[in-house]
Design a protein around this ligand. Structure first.
Ligand SMILES: Cc1cc2nc3c(=O)[nH]c(=O)nc-3n(C[C@H](O)[C@H](O)[C@H](O)COP(=O)(O)OP(=O)(O)OC[C@H]3O[C@@H](n4cnc5c(N)ncnc54)[C@H](O)[C@@H]3O)c2cc1C
Length: 229
């Protein structure tokens, strides 16, 4: 069974918002590939000046016929370097109160004008990115929810993310093939049953990943906590 990690943003964050707020056309085109793991997604919410205060996003979308032109910068975008789609919270009405001038879109991460720059971590790895959007054309058909209704749609994503993280972090104790909940002692590494126990643990963990995905998908989307409003 493949590693689920690259699929989690699509399954737990993007798909619930599309399901809850997207048009029938958007659901028909985007949900199945996300749920089947045929496309990967990233979350383009945070900006250099919009972190905890997410409603301060400045990335601008300007209407251009049946599409939008999006320009701005996102940051901390996990997995953007291998994502096919980005769920982007952008400002569509700069004159409205800040929570009311936002709209949520799906952006093709390979569209002209999208530049992903990995952020190198102390570990040597690079799982986060800066994402620069320069005149990126986004069809209006890829809007998630109503124009200037992006805050509500973003909260659906964030609530689903929180629920999925909670579900995945519930205590899970492996039981080794010798019946013990403890890992075999050092020196027992060559124990013939260790390899089997290890493989069983891995299989159970992966099944658990899928069942978390199924749980967040089959139940109604979680409600936001009052601090989100
Ligand atoms: C593992 C990880 C993965 C992430 N992946 C993504 C992703 O894929 N996509 C994405 O868009 N974002 C992602 N983020 C970003 C994250 O969701 C937050 O938006 C971001 O970490 C907060 O913004 P900031 O770093 O600019 O901190 P700031 O908002 O500047 O906050 C810095 C500190 O100040 C405190 N603070 C802020 N405002 C106040 C206030 N008014 N009063 C008191 N204290 C305050 C905060 O609590 C914090 O301790 C990720 C973050 C982490 C840790």
């Amino acid at each position: 069974m493949p590693d689920l990690q690259p699929l989690l943003v699509g399954l737990h964050i993007v798909a619930p918002a599309v399901r809850t707020h997207g048009s029938d056309d958007l659901k028909r085109r985007r949900l199945r590939p996300l749920l089947r793991g045929e496309v990967t997604a990233c979350q383009l919410f945070s900006e250099p000046d919009a972190g905890s205060d997410l409603a301060s996003v400045r990335t601008r979308a300007v209407r251009d016929g049946d599409a939008w032109t999006v320009t701005g910068q996102k940051v901390w975008s996990s997995g953007a370097h291998h994502a096919d789609l980005g769920e982007a919270l952008v400002r569509t009405d700069p004159d409205a109160p800040k929570h009311k001038g936002l709209t949520l879109f799906l952006i093709d991460m390979r569209a002209p004008g999208v530049e992903v720059r990995p952020l190198r971590q102390m570990t040597g790895g690079a799982s986060f990115n800066e994402v620069f959007l320069t005149g990126v054309r986004v069809p209006d058909a890829d809007r998630i929810g109503p124009l200037n209704g992006g805050w509500k749609a973003a909260i659906t994503s964030l609530s689903s993310e929180r629920a999925a993280l909670g579900a995945r972090s519930t205590p899970y104790r492996p039981t080794w093939s010798n019946g013990s909940p403890s890992r075999p002692a050092a020196g027992a590494a060559s124990h013939p049953r260790r390899g089997r126990a290890s493989a069983a643990w891995t299989r159970r963990s992966r099944r658990r990943g899928w069942s978390t995905a199924a749980t967040t998908w089959t139940r109604p989307p979680p409600r936001p906590s009052p601090s989100c409003w």
